[in-house]
Design a protein around this ligand. Structure first.
Ligand code: SIN
Length: 175
């Protein structure tokens, strides 16, 4: 079977997988939040960065990019992404709605659940911005992750107050 993979964080702007099609898509009942710790990409174990996960929230939705992976590439794609998302993320099945035509598909998404070892949870906006401003890891600065995400969301015309407020706060710190 082919696979629709939904990306809502770095998978939007740096999928780094083989795909045959991609479409902007939405998941209902989930909110994107910078509540997951990053020990391996945008921070280090002693000073984790903050990256996004999805939190169940009735009435919310999250826009991102859905990638169609050919059946022959599914296994390799999971091997690659299971490694990339190993810091607390798990695969979940999710209902996707394509933004262009409202078509629905079943997809797979990587979510870091609230009980994972690297979960940080909610914090005041200023504290989250400060942590992002200071953090850096093997994949680069945490600020770059946030700014890349904000710019990818603007390119999708996606609303996300949480991400855009953090972006503003971090830009203020960078002045
Ligand atoms: C995703 O992009 O879908 C998962 C979170 C991340 O890797 O930033």
């Amino acid at each position: 079977m082919h696979l629709w993979l939904f990306g809502y964080g770095s998978l939007i702007w740096r999928p780094d997988i083989e795909y045959v099609d991609r479409r902007p898509a939405r998941v209902q009942g989930w909110a994107r939040r910078f509540w997951q710790g990053s020990h391996d990409h945008r921070g280090v174990p002693e000073a984790p960065g903050r990256v996004v996960t999805l939190i169940r929230e009735a009435g919310s939705s999250c826009d991102g990019m859905a990638y169609l992976v050919d059946r022959d590439a599914v296994e390799e794609t999971f091997t690659r992404l299971d490694h990339r998302e190993k810091n607390g993320y798990e695969r979940h099945s999710v209902n996707l709605t394509f933004l262009a035509d409202a078509r629905r598909e079943q997809g797979v998404v990587y979510i870091a659940p609230v009980d994972n070892f690297a979960y940080l949870g909610e914090a005041p906006l200023a504290d989250m911005a400060d942590q992002i401003y200071r953090s850096v890891g093997p994949s680069g600065t945490n600020v770059d992750y946030l700014l890349e995400l904000a710019s990818a969301l603007r390119a999708l015309d996606a609303e996300d107050e949480h991400v855009f407020q953090l972006e503003n706060a971090v830009r203020e710190l960078s002045r």
